[in-house]
Design a protein around this ligand. Sequence first.
Ligand code: C2E
Ligand code: MG
Ligand code: MG
Ligand code: MG
Length: 289
Amino acid sequence: AVKLHGRDGWQFFNESLQEKARHRLSITNGLRLAIERNELSLRFQPIVVTESGRIVGGEVLLRWHPPEGEMSPGVFIPIAELTGAIVPIGSWVFRRSCETEVNWRSRWGGAAPYVSVNLSARQLGEESLVEDFVSILKETGADASRLLLEITETSLMANVDANLRMLRRLTDLGLRLAVDDFGTGYSSLSQLTRLPVNVLKIDRAFVDGIEKSQENRAVIRAVTGLGRALGLQLVAEGVENVEQQMELRAHHCDYCQGYYFHQPLMMEQFIDRVNAEMNRTGSPAEEVS
Ligand code: C2E
Ligand code: MG
Ligand code: MG
Ligand code: MG
């Protein structure tokens, strides 16, 4: 009976599934050891004022360098979420982000950029998350109100009721919340208003091509109008050219992030750019307290 299906066909089918599983397993095993093997690092992509390009924040982006070569977070994060490996890794990222907040504040005081950190839905599902974050905040001395947690729209909306309770506990700590990749999920607007959200990060799919067509501009107008109506701060992702910057400015999207302004940077580069900017504009390096 097996022969009816053709031997090669079956083999191909089985092998590709097996291969996929093997690939996942090796990534998962690698990720479990990544922290102690010192294979993780962070990049910081500036978030800027649309109008002036002034840096107001930095998004923390995880990098993994296993011995086989660097792997993109677009590949390993979804697997880490599936297997739960994201929980200890996310905790490591949050601790490093808190240390970064303290570092930047010690350099620039109240003028320091805020620190934006990605949080996965899988972390939100952990009862111990709040306790973990509380002790990390305490141990590092980070100012919670200078940290922004980014959660993708898709994962937020997947389980609003369960997430809501957790999000309230996080905002009670003073942490701020952003909806990441906004526009790619299917938010019901009434659900969105229930969430204690401060910032909408407009997915780069909506920024892509706004300079090219009337339709794309109509969409960005609708999305920015919605954000404003809800009283949210707007950040456009993936801004790659000056025409897009101009369009976003015309639609009163106050903040931007993208290769046109800055790539994700190493910590030292990030610090150099903020310093250079402050020297240029004469902004206070230290807040008078
Ligand atoms: P994201 O949070 O939406 O981050 C923005 C992604 O867009 C980053 O990719 C960034 O490098 C990229 N990007 C920035 N500007 C531009 C641009 O002008 N054009 C284009 N085409 N891309 C741009 P990256 O670093 O590869 O991260 C991919 C995703 O992986 C992130 O998307 C986020 O969802 C996830 N991720 C990264 N670090 C973490 C982390 O520490 N924890 C969790 N849970 N997820 C993370
Ligand atoms: Mg993000
Ligand atoms: Mg995003
Ligand atoms: Mg994205």
